[in-house]
Write a protein that binds this ligand. Sequence first.
Ligand SMILES: C[C@H]1O[C@H](OP(=O)(O)OP(=O)(O)OC[C@H]2O[C@@H](n3cnc4c(=O)[nH]c(N)nc43)[C@H](O)[C@@H]2O)[C@@H](O)[C@@H](O)C1=O
Length: 310
Amino acid sequence: MRALITGVSGFVGTFLCEKLLANNYEVFGLSRTQPHNKSITFYSCDITDSLKVEQVIDDVRPDEIYHLAGSAFIPFSYNNPSETYNTIVNGTMILYEALRKLKIDAKILYVGSAAVYGDGKSIPVKEEDLLHPNNPYAGAKACADIISEQYVRTYGMKIIRARSFNHTGPNQSSNYVCSNFAKQISEMEHNDRNIIRVGNINVKRDFLDVRDVVSAYYLLMKHGKVGEAYNVSSNKAVAISEILNLLISNSELINPKIEVDTSKLRKNDTFVRLGDNTKLKVDTGWSPVYDLNETMKDLLHYWREISSKL
Ligand SMILES: C[C@H]1O[C@H](OP(=O)(O)OP(=O)(O)OC[C@H]2O[C@@H](n3cnc4c(=O)[nH]c(N)nc43)[C@H](O)[C@@H]2O)[C@@H](O)[C@@H](O)C1=O
């Protein structure tokens, strides 16, 4: 089986690559930056470069495509809406058009985001709920989600949509909340600083371990229904303050000070993001195996290794 991962060098792409290799796939990857795994065939390519994307698809002729490429950090999108829409919306169109033009009938997992729901009316949100994007990233993901459905209905392309909720784990960029706190804490274990800088820690998020997320993508590709959207979520909402407490309780810190850094506060931050994962479980048999405390321990371990080398 030949699988192409767009955005292969990113946080999730790296874990997905390992998962597919472990399942005897021939893995091909496309990204702007070099991948961690050297045993794949890698193409240095920007997803918005239509000519190059077409060449890659023609060369690889994949059976499966996991479409992960595109920026994922919501605050970046506030100041860079055009770039965000370009990589996510245009990038998705370029991929689908290359496949259509070359008549390649690959199965595709479009990796979208739960951010598309915004502050939805129902909690937990279900796939049939309306999309209410409240930032450029969420708007772009909503557009690409709709384009994906349209390409199934119009051209019969075999696209399954994932709507992924927050995820974390070792190797994640410190842009994201869990990784940011774990990094600060691991550094504080080695220096005299006693203040953790935070944004809004009253909001609630539905977190999965990245390793459970890639298992969901693997199973969705196998058993997900073409044309359908699936929440990839834990079904549990946790306050960011609870995440912080969990990390502190697994650390050597005693009563660190928590200080709000106003530059980390966001306009229109979604208050509660919680997803119903029944459809994913029923259609694919997926079930998460990592509990949040285990994930936080692994994340702390990852940052301690880095801090100890500084
Ligand atoms: C589903 C969705 O999930 C992710 O988007 P996100 O929810 O914005 O993720 P995050 O880790 O940046 O923030 C989570 C929450 O935590 C609050 N928060 C408090 N204090 C800090 C803090 O110090 N840093 C950060 N980053 N956030 C903080 C922050 O205000 C926000 O409410 C992406 O993967 C995205 O690609 C995606 O698709």
